[in-house]
Design a protein around this ligand. Structure first.
Ligand code: URA
Length: 216
């Protein structure tokens, strides 16, 4: 598993605005879309392309287009939905599958309440999006669903990660899916998890910040 933490002034600037407790939901949603687009640019740099012939107003030339099938994008509901627009604006042809996973706030264990992934992902590349990589439980279950359906490789785009979550995913993959290629892209790697499983310093509950709610 490869971990890539963005180190870029624009990303650092926008993450600091996201963290601010006084940032409104409207501004928060806009920042999330912008951050996802910036992270997607780097996270998709190895996507397969193929040659195409293009006729410009001047002459014929050889260009490139994304090979089919394009990656399957999987937002993890609820908060991952806030990241979908930022990625589909860059890959408009991508298919989208949905996973609904909520964290049981007493046990901190993930509970799946919706799974709308295609049954067959043989040979496919998937891009999982979820803003917070906290304990790693949700991401591990999501990777399991994708790999059990035959997906070959996965890119995970998260905004903020905790070291505990990164290590939990690394350990899970080494034991369960040692041959699958997985990259995790983060805008920031934070300090730790607190006793409630929140990322410190983090930004609070990403779903609540996105949708202006408190609780689920
Ligand atoms: N989920 C969130 O939304 N925030 C955290 O800090 C941890 C998990």
């Amino acid at each position: 598993m490869e971990l890539i933490v963005a180190n870029h002034p624009l990303i650092d600037h926008k993450v600091s605005l996201l963290r601010n407790k006084d940032t409104s939901s409207a501004e928060f949603r806009q920042l999330v879309e912008e951050l996802v687009a910036l992270l997607t640019f780097e996270a998709t740099k190895d996507l397969a392309t193929e040659e195409i012939e293009v006729e410009t107003p001047v002459t014929k030339t050889i260009g490139r287009r994304l090979s089919k099938p394009t990656p399957l994008i999987i937002p993890i509901l609820r908060a991952g939905l806030g990241m979908l627009g930022g990625i589909t604006q860059l890959i408009p042809d991508a298919e989208v599958g949905f996973l609904g996973i909520k964290r049981n706030e007493s046990t901190l264990q993930p509970e799946t309440y919706a799974n709308r992934l295609p049954e067959n992902l043989e040979g496919r590349h998937v891009i999982l999006v979820d803003p917070m990589l906290a304990t790693g439980g949700t991401l591990n279950d999501s990777l399991d669903y994708a790999f059990q359906r035959g997906a070959e490789s996965a890119t995970c785009i998260c905004l903020i990660g905790a070291p505990e979550g990164v290590e939990a995913v690394r350990g899970h993959l080494a034991g369960a899916w040692p041959s699958r290629k997985v990259a995790i892209h983060l805008a920031a790697l934070d300090e730790k998890l607190d006793e409630r499983g929140y990322i410190v310093p983090g930004l609070g509950d990403a779903g609540d910040r996105l949708y202006g709610t408190s609780g689920d």
